[in-house]
Write a protein that binds this ligand. Structure first.
Ligand code: ZN
Length: 136
């Protein structure tokens, strides 16, 4: 009986927090079954979240200007939604940082959209997810 209690106590102490990915920049989608992995990554600076998303092909890593066919570079634009835009080297054409992605034309932050997707995949109700993301 005592042994069982100790085992139960150890299990209670263990939880999911201590076994989260400390190297959350290398988290994979499967690591999000532990919610600490998801939240610790999404709470990092935007630049780390952006890089994580770029590394997984969720947003572009590079862009060729569809008008002049010259390469584009990321340019800081603090007044824009994500603080960045793509600008072609001729500096004539500027595009959303979210160009050609699932996130293009969405007004919410990447983190809120990812939370919404995670909630949906976890089987939460629409109202629960909306409440959790602060959109309801
Ligand atoms: Zn261009």
């Amino acid at each position: 009986m005592i042994r069982h209690s100790c085992h139960a106590l150890n299990m209670a102490k263990r939880g999911n927090f201590p076994i989260r990915q400390s190297d959350n920049e290398n988290c994979q989608f499967g690591d999000f079954s532990n919610p600490w992995n998801f939240f610790s990554l999404m709470m990092r600076e935007d630049s780390i979240v952006h890089q994580w998303m770029r590394d997984r092909g969720l947003i572009l890593s590079d862009l060729t200007c569809p008008t002049c066919e010259k390469p584009c570079k990321l340019k800081k634009r603090p007044r824009k939604k994500d603080g960045l835009t793509w600008m072609c080297i001729s500096k004539k054409h500027e595009f959303s940082f979210r160009k050609y992605s699932f996130f293009e034309n969405m007004q919410y932050t990447f983190q809120d959209i990812m939370l919404f997707i995670k909630g949906t995949l976890d089987g939460q109700t629409l109202i629960s997810i909306s409440s959790m993301t602060g959109k309801y």
